[in-house]
Design a protein around this ligand. Sequence first.
Ligand code: FE2
Length: 172
Amino acid sequence: MTMLVGNYGTNAPEQPSGSPLTSTDVARRKCSASRLLHPSAAASDAPLDTGALTDIAVGLARTVGPLDGELPESVQRHRILATTGYDVWVMRWAPEAAVAVHDHDGSVGVVHVVEGSLEERRSGLGGVPGAGVALTVGATASFGVHEVHELRNRSSAVVTSVHVYSPPLGED
Ligand SMILES: [Fe+2]
């Protein structure tokens, strides 16, 4: 992960394209995400689209759920799935824990909140931080190749989130 400055937008929960989904769209995305989830999915240099990444994040969030365990000291990262096309990380955020402004090494990706609430702040031109946006349970934010952001748990409770990146970030 490289720390730098840039600009990108936020998407509504589970609807990254910003337009209403038809039942055909939903069925197509479910089928596409099912194929993509399989570790044998064909390798490609092209990143997966954020709609497919959102489907993967939302689906895996259902299996992860809120996590028990010791209070994390800061931000804990666990890679739970690695394919040639994308990888998936579960992150646990201690109260007030944050990840400073960063890009994603040329990957596109999504952040899906499983438990608690994160504040996301995207950087505008010249590195000026934008307004903070609350990502609550069930919310998904997506980002493009050139977009950067910072994330923070502003609460006194642990937050759990699922992050999907394509191409995969690889070992951190
Ligand atoms: Fe990020």
